[in-house]
Design a protein around this ligand. Sequence first.
Ligand code: SF4
Length: 164
Amino acid sequence: MKVGGQEVGISGLPDVIEKGLQHIDDSDDKQKEVLLAEFKARNYVPDSVQGEYMRAVWAEYKKFRQHRREEREESYMGIPREEIPWFPKVDPSKCSGCTSCVEFCAQGVFFFAEGKSHVVRPLNCIVSRSSCRSFCPEQAISFPSAAELRESLKKFREKYSVRE
Ligand code: SF4
């Protein structure tokens, strides 16, 4: 890995990255915090160069994170993602165009146009997650119920012979 233009040896980088990926759904700040703690647990890093090391680790980490996200988007627990009807719907008659959901969703599910939020990448939505709904001041965002999701997953587990 290159740090400040120099090739440097890093101990345990794959483990550091894997620990970070366990927080893939948390904020970038949280992921950076985990990476730094895990990195420092395996490597001596003088404070004076900590920033440079972390920039290099973060850049490397983001490549793996992108790959992990792409893998996750394609399937969920062995079921093709496109089969699972889990994504938000926006009621345009209620949406006031505050953009909270667009700003909140790091998955790029929403797109803001003509004064309203639109769901443009439904399959990017993380199955079973629905935090964006609580950010909407107009209760314009809806999801299937937990029972409906359970029922869908049960059906697809049978179809794809996936064990629970
Ligand atoms: S949070 Fe609700 S009101 Fe605001 S843009 Fe999204 S759907 Fe519309």
